[in-house]
Design a binder for this molecule. Structure first.
Ligand code: CP
Ligand code: NVA
Length: 316
């Protein structure tokens, strides 16, 4: 593994190894066992969009691993004033050990990969959000004990979060059902890739415009905002189109009684999800948010110190 750009690039074994490592890192943190395996390493974090979870979890993750993280807003660095991605990549490769980027155009991340000599982590583009999908799988596995054979239903916008979830769940051998209104389905390339992965991994993919059909018998229900970053001026158009896809008590009643509810956050109560669901007993959103930290530490270690030996969590 040289970069983390899309979950589609990982083999099923690499994906499982990342999740296992994330679990071990979480256990070490909970036991209070230090694990400074990235001493002296620096992560740069380029942000062209806002962030709470991604920014904090990467920065805290680097601190816990004994390294350092730099927050680089495109409002402050020369990239935002027209310096090319190619030059930025080559300059940053001379200073940093790893670079995370959150931006709009997915092609910009691929360009960064092309010109950098250090690992690149995709911290969200308009197309994908792989770090989120890792934390999502980790959270579902933690609550359900397994992934293979489980059904996840995603309701709403076929956006970056949905695209990565589709790839991740199919890699893990899950059944994925995505309900979205016409014109707002997932990216066609991600759908085709997900279908190909599902065929080899024994899972399935259902694409529908019927939210109840998607939710029926699900082990996990997932939704995200109807208005992603960069779409603010489409809000008035989008809200009525998406309102039939709200995750509410009727949707949860169609899922299994013990189904978990997930949301990448930030959430907009009363829109994509009701308060009764997101703040209800089946919601695991804060475990999910916490798991961003552990999953990303696993990514950082895998990219920067793949042979590092973790302390034993029984040493506590
Ligand atoms: N879920 C997520 O990526 O959150 P932030 O936008 O706060 O980073
Ligand atoms: N789909 C959302 C996810 C935010 C973490 C967005 O892109 O704004």
């Amino acid at each position: 593994m040289k970069h983390l750009i899309s979950i589609g690039d990982l083999s099923p074994v690499q994906l499982e190894n990342l999740l296992d490592l994330a679990d071990r890192l979480k256990a070490l943190s909970k036991a209070g066992i230090p694990h400074p395996l990235l001493k002296g390493k620096t992560l740069g974090m380029i942000f062209a969009k806002s962030s709470t979870r991604t920014r904090i979890s990467f920065e805290v993750g680097m601190v816990q691993l004994g390294g350092h993280a730099l927050f680089l807003s495109t409002q402050d660095i020369q990239l935002g004033r027209g310096e090319t991605i190619a030059d930025t990549a080559r300059v940053m490769s001379r200073f940093l050990d790893c670079l995370m980027i959150r931006t709009f155009d997915h092609q910009d991340v691929l360009e960064l990969v092309r010109y950098s000599s250090i690992p690149i982590i995709n911290g969200l583009t308009d197309l994908l959000h792989p770090c989120q999908a890792l934390a999502d799988l980790m959270t579902i596995r933690e609550h359900k004990g397994r992934l293979r054979g489980l059904k996840l239903a995603y309701l709403g916008d076929g956006n970056n979060v949905a695209n990565s979830l589709l790839l991740a769940c199919s890699k893990a051998g899950m059944d994925v059902a995505i309900a979205s209104p016409a014109g707002y389905t997932c990216d066609p390339v991600c759908i085709a890739r997900g279908q190909e992965i599902a065929r080899t991994q024994g899972g399935s993919i259902l694409l529908t415009d019927d939210p109840l059909a998607a939710a029926s018998g699900a082990d996990a229900i997932y939704t995200d905002t109807w208005v992603s970053m960069g779409q603010e001026n489409e809000k008035a158009l989008r809200l009525p189109i998406f309102s039939p896809y709200q995750v509410n008590d009727a949707i949860m009643a169609a899922a299994k009684p013990e189904a978990v509810f997930l949301h990448c956050l930030p959430a907009y109560r009363g829109f994509e999800v009701t308060e009764s669901v997101i703040d209800g007993p089946n919601s695991v959103i804060f475990d999910e948010a916490e798991n961003r930290l552990h999953a990303q530490k696993a990514v950082l270690l895998t990219l920067l110190a793949p042979d590092a030996k973790l302390p034993d969590s029984h040493d506590a």
